[in-house]
Design a binder for this molecule. Structure first.
Ligand code: DHK
Length: 148
């Protein structure tokens, strides 16, 4: 299976480091991308890292990943709790899917406890801060190793 992994970020994550730092921390999305690139190189993974505030762009990247990638790490932001369309797109992807939330969504408002994406995800990281992304990449690498 391909060792290309898409790391996808949903709405408002472009403001990481600036919005509600008491919840999401002070690292920026560029810092997260740099951490992911370093981790991917160490794990023998290739990476495509994207962020969008638009649901359809996330769906288009998932469709692209269908053709090329072995894994998707996705923080869908608030679309986690609302988007059946993103769930449907992930259900059309055959590789490994890990869902990431920087904050512990289960400690927060009740509307954040429901995740459509979890119905497809092979694993979920929540409350590990931005470290959750590199931990998710480790898990993708392990599962891809097991498939070869
Ligand atoms: C990020 C968001 O933007 C929220 O809408 C989610 C998630 C939680 C996070 O913790 O990374 O509810």
């Amino acid at each position: 299976m391909s060792r290309l992994v898409y790391v996808l970020n949903g709405p408002n994550l472009n403001l990481l480091g600036k919005r509600q730092p008491e919840i999401y921390g002070r690292e920026t999305l560029a810092d997260v991308e740099a951490d992911c690139l370093k981790a991917a190189a160490a794990l023998g993974l290739q990476l495509r890292f994207h962020q969008s505030n638009r649901e359809y762009e996330l769906i288009d990247w998932i469709h692209e990943a269908r053709e090329t990638a072995g894994g998707i790490v996705i923080n869908p932001g608030a679309f986690t709790h609302t988007s059946i369309a993103i769930l449907d797109a992930l259900n059309a992807f055959d590789g490994v899917v890990i869902e990431v939330h920087i904050s512990n969504v289960h400690k927060r408002e009740e509307f954040r406890h429901k995740s459509y994406v979890s119905l497809r995800a092979d694993g979920v990281m929540a409350g590990f801060g931005t470290q959750g992304y590199t931990l998710a990449l480790q898990r993708v690498a392990r599962l891809l190793d097991q498939k070869t």
